[in-house]
Design a protein around this ligand. Structure first.
Ligand SMILES: *[C@@H]1O[C@H](CO)[C@@H](O)[C@H](O)[C@H]1NC(C)=O
Ligand SMILES: *[C@@H]1O[C@H](CO)[C@@H](O)[C@H](O)[C@H]1NC(C)=O
Ligand SMILES: *[C@@H]1O[C@H](CO)[C@@H](O)[C@H](O)[C@H]1NC(C)=O
Length: 196
């Protein structure tokens, strides 16, 4: 009986010590600055996790439902075979499968610029904004170089919010569908992320 009680006490302690995930405010985001400070105080005791994510990004360039629009370009850009100097905004759909009608995971929102004179290559700074499941409300921040016509590209993960607070990691991307006439693309993402 005593043994059982000790076991029960231990289990309760483990439960209390493990991080609490709130539905809409992961790790206390909606609980305000106090919860944030508490989270950072607990950080030395927290264990790092490795999470793997897999989804598809739908980049629509042309037509009425465009999710990728140019903001500005230099005079030089029009003469450049690589669109050097163009800056654009994107708000691309992320889905679980390659079809745009498959389960919605979230959006990829951010800015990118054409920053290569030699090939079509973008400097990207954007977030995965998750809108479903246990990552709903959390984000992952990426910054890096995306040489668009390379078969495989890698983008560094430099941070995150919510479940992915203080995240680091890597995203591997490859284009599974590219419409040369419209410029629309479906890009597969394999993500490995370290977080707490
Ligand atoms: C654009 O979106 C609307 C509303 O979802 C849809 O009815 C229409 O078919 C779409 N147009 C194209 C060209 O995809
Ligand atoms: C850019 O092109 C426009 C129109 O051709 C011209 O008026 C302007 O002076 C050019 N600007 C620069 C910085 O070259
Ligand atoms: C995600 O969270 C938002 C805001 O808290 C909520 O309105 C929405 O219903 C949630 N979506 C899903 C798919 O759980």
């Amino acid at each position: 009986m005593e043994k059982l009680f000790i076991l029960f006490t231990l289990c309760s302690m483990i439960l209390i010590a493990s991080p609490v995930v709130h539905g809409n405010g992961p790790y206390g985001v909606s609980d305000g600055p106090k919860a944030l400070k508490h989270w950072y105080r607990r950080l030395p005791q927290m264990k790092q996790k490795v999470t793997q994510l897999h989804f598809y990004l739908h980049d629509i360039v042309g037509g009425p439902n465009s999710t990728n629009i140019p903001i500005a370009m230099a005079n030089f850009t029009a003469q450049s075979p690589t669109y050097f100097g163009m800056i654009a905004a994107m708000d691309d759909l992320l889905t679980a499968g390659p079809s745009p009608n498959s389960e919605i995971v979230g959006r990829a929102q951010g800015l990118f610029g054409s920053t290569s004179l030699e090939e079509i290559g973008f400097h990207m700074t954007f977030s995965f904004v998750f809108t479903s499941g246990k990552y709903n409300g959390s984000t992952i921040s990426l910054i890096g170089r995306n040489p668009f016509f390379n078969e495989h590209r890698e983008l560094p993960i430099v941070g995150g919010s919510g479940v992915f607070r203080l995240a680091r990691g890597s995203a591997l991307l490859n284009t599974v569908l590219y419409d040369t006439a419209l410029g629309d693309a479906v890009v597969e993402y394999n993500v490995v992320v370290l977080h707490y």
